[in-house]
Design a protein around this ligand. Structure first.
Ligand code: CAA
Length: 249
């Protein structure tokens, strides 16, 4: 497959960095978006240790919750490296609380970062993909967007919103050679899951038929496939990778 330019929002995070690595292994040039100072340096160190230098990857600073910032970031990427062919919307945060205790700030932060971000980034790169007749958009949703999760009205709403977005945009751009799909991870070994209260986490893991958390690489494998030429006829789909935690037709 031809070398493409890939942008992974939240690319320095647990799942994001595994996706960056897998896409780099595939031979693409990968840009990892970041916002928290220090995360970009750690990312570049890890990638260098894995044998990926400046010819394979770079970082792209910007707040995904700002439409203007994403416009500037994607313009800089286009100028320095070329237009984005593969977009993975992976940036996400949690602010868990039962709804009756949830603050407007907890609601707003999660909707802005996890859902509005998908508009903010995709809107800036989708025209170029359509004009060039090739593009791949992969949105990272969650098992909790499909089934809902106690303590996550904000996160579940954002992740469910991503699924609606995916199916609607997929219909609009498939005739231009652009596919739009979602991947819904279950509970994966990341800092986000590590932050769950220990007793609650143990209860959750006990419900997973696989008997363990997922690995970031197990998510990255699917993203890489959806980004490939071979996946041209898959669009508007949602691929669950959750160890059997939630099964549906
Ligand atoms: N279903 C029904 N009742 C539940 C419940 C559940 N799943 N979980 C807790 N309860 C009950 C408790 O038993 C408790 O009942 P009592 O008052 O009768 O004792 C009551 O609800 C309050 O529960 P907590 O003590 O847990 O409430 P809290 O305010 O201390 O904590 C919380 C709330 C922070 C949301 C905590 O429940 C929690 O962390 N839950 C897990 C949320 C979660 O799964 N987050 C996923 C993060 S990872 C991620 O998001 C990645 C991904 O995509 C999967």
């Amino acid at each position: 497959m031809e070398k493409k330019i890939a942008l992974v929002t939240g690319g320095v995070g647990g799942i994001g960095a595994a996706i960056c690595k897998r896409l780099a292994q595939q031979g693409h040039f990968v840009l990892a978006n970041w916002i928290i100072p220090g995360t970009e340096a750690k990312y570049l160190e890890k990638m260098a240790a894995a044998g990926f230098g400046s010819d394979a990857t770079a970082t792209a600073f910007g707040d995904v919750s700002s439409y203007e910032a994403m416009g500037e970031m994607t313009a800089t990427i286009a100028k320095d490296h070329g237009p984005v062919d593969i977009l993975v919307n992976c940036a996400g945060i949690t602010r868990d609380a039962t709804f009756r205790k949830m603050t407007p700030e907890q609601w707003r932060l999660v909707i802005d970062t996890n859902l509005n971000s998908v508009f903010n980034v995709t809107r800036h790169v989708v025209d170029g993909m359509c004009d060039r007749g090739w593009g791949r958009i992969v949105n990272i949703s969650s098992v909790n967007g499909i089934r809902g999760q106690f303590g996550q009205t904000n996160y579940s709403a954002a992740k469910a919103g991503i699924l609606g977005f995916t199916k609607a945009l997929a219909q609009e751009v498939i005739r231009k050679g652009v596919t739009v799909n979602a991947v819904s991870p279950g509970y994966v070994e990341t800092e986000m899951v590590a932050a769950i209260r220990e007793d609650v986490k143990q209860q959750i893991v006990a419900q997973i038929p696989a008997g363990r958390l997922g690995k970031p690489e197990e998510i990255a494998e699917m993203v890489n496939y959806l980004a490939s030429d071979g996946a041209a006829y898959i669009t508007g789909a949602n691929l669950s990778i959750n160890g059997g935690l939630h099964m549906y037709a």
